[in-house]
Design a protein around this ligand. Structure first.
Ligand code: FES
Length: 103
């Protein structure tokens, strides 16, 4: 086994999976898609390590906001984002500094 593998990620975003589960998704056209998946699709990201940035679902981070999802930018973890259910994905991307479509 190789001790290291390369990755294209320039940024890592952590999204609470439990928050998304509580909202039964909460994002996308029918508000049924979890934030991490909706955001990946919205930004047109490739899969896994080939993507320009990583959006990863993680376990509960202890904030547990009502009607929202906890999101952490691993590159700037001193302030966490609480994203209300159904928030426009352009707004979420802009808040996280992902406003541009990665090429
Ligand atoms: S359920 Fe998401 S932070 Fe606890």
């Amino acid at each position: 086994m190789k001790p290291r593998v390369p990755s294209n990620w320039g940024q890592t975003i952590l999204v609470c999976a439990k928050c998304s589960k509580k909202l039964k998704g909460g994002f996308g056209a029918r508000e049924r898609t979890p934030l991490a998946k909706a955001l990946r699709k919205h930004l047109g990201l490739k899969k896994g390590r080939k993507a320009e940035l990583g959006i990863v679902e993680v376990k509960c981070m202890g904030v547990c906001p009502r009607g929202a999802v906890t999101v952490v930018d691993a590159g700037g973890p001193r302030e966490w984002l609480l994203v209300p259910k159904g928030t426009d994905l352009d707004v979420v991307a802009a808040e996280l500094g992902l406003g541009h479509k990665p090429s």
